[in-house]
Design a protein around this ligand. Sequence first.
Ligand code: B12
Ligand code: SF4
Length: 477
Amino acid sequence: MNKKVYLVNLPKYEADTVPLGPAIMQSVALACGFEPHFTDLNLEVDEAKHNSKQAYDVWISGLKNSSHGTMKNYIQICNKTIRDILKVDPEHVGVSFFSTHSHSYGGVFLRRLRKLGYFGKVSIGGAGVGVASDEVLDSYLSAGLIDYYVRGDGEIAFEKILKQQLPYPGVNNSNNIAIQDMDGLPRPNFINFELERYPKMFDKQTLAIEGSRGCVRNCGFCDIKLLFLKYRYKSGQRLYYEIMFNVRHHDIYTFWFTDSLVNGNQKEFREMLRLLSDYNRQAPEDKRIKWTGQYIIRPARQYIEEDFDLLVNSGCYTLATGLESYSEKVRKHLGKNFSNDDIRWFFNKCQEYNISLFIMLIVGYPTETEEDFEEGLSFFDEFEHLADDNTITGLQLGETMSLFEGSSAWKQRSELGITYENLPNARRYQSWRNANSDLKQRVKRRLIAQKKAVQKGFGIRSSKDHMDMFKRWMHGL
Ligand code: B12
Ligand code: SF4
């Protein structure tokens, strides 16, 4: 095997766990007879941000209107990886764009790659490519920065590229198709990953694992449908075997599910939980499985009592769940059809069974009026006791409502009366306004929500990053 593929994972997102997309692409490369190499540029930037102000600016600014020093710092980080690429001399470089935020980092990286003398083939993929406009992707192609872009699922597309069996739907076009047979997908391969560099959970090394793609819902702010087209899932059995494979090969027992929701298919989810519970029952304490993942709250009538026993016995330690708003009116409009009573019932159950919760809220959904916002703040009063006893371990208040192209709120922008402001330090999807709010008001609401949450004892995720980002935006307001 002397043909080589070099994979790069772009900034920026919190390097909470091992990136799964590149690990899957390594598997595909190996199956096609290529030797894979890998650098996690996101991890490099994430680690560097603690060491210098300029590296921190690389992270916070998203490279938008960033100073010369900030750009220079990012270029140095890129150059180090590019020098390694030139040393390896691969036939192919594959670059993973995690989200929309990856483009500013990706554009610089791809230009440096060519400038420093890499003239082999370049492919790009990932959710950031899936949601990008044709113009952006065509501009990479016409500038000679890339040879292929892949929209949607990467497994077959990357194989076709490496084997030069093109055309294939989704490669350099928007006709991507969703892979249905999730059980037939290759397992991610973590060779070349420095697993010990990623954050640990409970002091234990953690691996990412994927049980499904897409979602059974279509929330107003979310572009998941655009990316994944339909909801698909692995069987409970297959997922259990994949977890056990990782246990045997990596001696790792803690898992982070990358699914947008782990309980999209109740039957397969319960099956996996039963298998994991059986395993945990006979395993010694230090070899029991623990896991975390994103979970949707369902109306109370859809639960059976066994659901909570299974969550506990299978090793679930935190469920991350998006309530988005504690105003029923706002939540209904954005597409989450459970009531505040359902939330109360579910939270009480989690408290009873010692399952901890991480709650995601969005400030400034387009239908959120000042009164709705005020009403939503009652969340912090009502559930203060759950912050006290650590049933709710943290909150994500986020960057305020982003209006992503392709999301259903974006499609309804004329009904929602949305126009855009021209704000130098904020992105277009952040700079929208309508009768209910503009960016300045949303940031204000976000700060009020944070203040109240902190007063009531809730922990806020990425609070400093968000505050520094808001300061940058405000300079342009
Ligand atoms: C886990 C996760 C996170 C974690 C990441 C933790 C970690 N270190 O992994 C955290 C919580 C940090 C996170 C943050 C954010 N996230 Co997020 N996240 C996800 C989630 C749920 C899973 C990602 C994943 O690992 N998927 C599994 C892997 C296998 O899929 P994949 O990477 O897409 O790879 C496949 C293809 O894309 C392709 N592919 C990938 N790389 C490559 C490379 C090549 C060369 C090729 C050919 C193909 C290819 O092949 C793979 C297999 O098919 C996704 C939704 C989802 N279900 O995917 C959202 C998602 C990626 N996140 C998203 C967003 C927006 C964000 C945030 C920007 C949100 C925000 N506004 O703050 C932030 C990032 C900024 C920040 N502040 O950190 C969006 C991205 C789309 C967009 N509009 O940009 C997604 C799709 C969710 C959504 N639509 O709502 N996220
Ligand atoms: S926000 Fe969550 S539940 Fe809603 S569509 Fe997106 S992934 Fe699904």
